[in-house]
Design a protein around this ligand. Structure first.
Ligand code: DC
Length: 225
């Protein structure tokens, strides 16, 4: 594994729609750390596969897409589409794909871009596999209904047509696939603090996360120093 070096690492894991991205971005801004949405990497591999017309379960094609991943793929505007979400979840079950994407994520955490002093990574296995030595680990969760409601609203607001019942069905299917796969299944690290966000708004989640991080690491956001 890449050495942890001096970078401060905050790992945020949890299922789709638990609020990881919103929280991780706010934390990165508050601490002036770099931010990596690790799901984007799997989405970019899924999108590449859809482009080629290959099935997401075609492991040779998925591995080739992972090896050929271009950092510009992470900027694609179609990565939140439901078809891409499904393909991402399917390529993510494949151990060879996960291995191919591991080093990129560890390097980002250990040596954040732009000389930042730390990194916030969100995903499914950041605290368990990518950065087991992270300084603080949070596991965000919420009921499937609350998560589907948020994802549905997010899609509608971004102009994507969405049906709540379909989103809920997709969320449950992805939960099942992400949690039951053999390779790096979705689960809290033993030393992660679990935060149930079902009844919390984004500000409340942020406040609780800051309190937990301060307790674990003694670190506070730059504005509060
Ligand atoms: O967080 P997200 O919805 O953008 O993630 C898309 C898919 O990628 C998700 O179904 C599971 C997978 N994923 C993963 O397996 N490991 C990660 N660290 C991040 C995402």
């Amino acid at each position: 594994m890449a050495g942890k070096q001096d970078s401060v690492i905050i790992a945020i894991d949890g299922p789709a729609g638990a609020g990881k991205g919103t929280l991780a971005k706010r934390l990165a801004e508050a601490f002036d750390y770099a931010y990596l949405d690790t799901g984007t990497i799997y989405r970019a591999v899924g999108a590449r596969l859809l482009d080629t017309g290959a099935s997401a379960s075609d492991s040779a094609a998925a591995l080739e897409a992972a090896h050929n991943l271009d950092p510009r793929d992470l900027e694609r505007s179609d990565l939140r589409r439901e078809a891409v979400s499904g393909a991402a979840s399917e390529v993510a079950v494949q151990p060879a794909v996960r291995q191919a994407l591991l080093e990129f994520q560890r390097r980002f955490a250990a040596c954040p871009p732009e000389g930042k002093a730390g990194a916030v990574l969100d995903g499914r296995d950041v605290g368990t596999v990518i950065c087991p030595d992270a300084d603080a680990k949070l596991f965000l969760t919420a009921s499937p209904e609350a998560r589907a409601g948020r994802r549905h609203k997010e899609l509608q607001e971004s102009g994507v047509e969405s049906i709540y019942a379909r989103v809920l069905e997709d969320i449950k299917a992805r939960d099942e696939r992400d949690s039951c796969r053999a390779a790096a299944p979705l689960k809290p690290a033993e030393d992660a603090v679990t935060l149930d966000t079902t009844a919390l708004n984004a500000d409340e989640v942020f406040a609780q996360a800051l309190r937990i991080i301060a307790e674990i690491t003694g670190r506070t956001p730059i504005q509060q120093r």
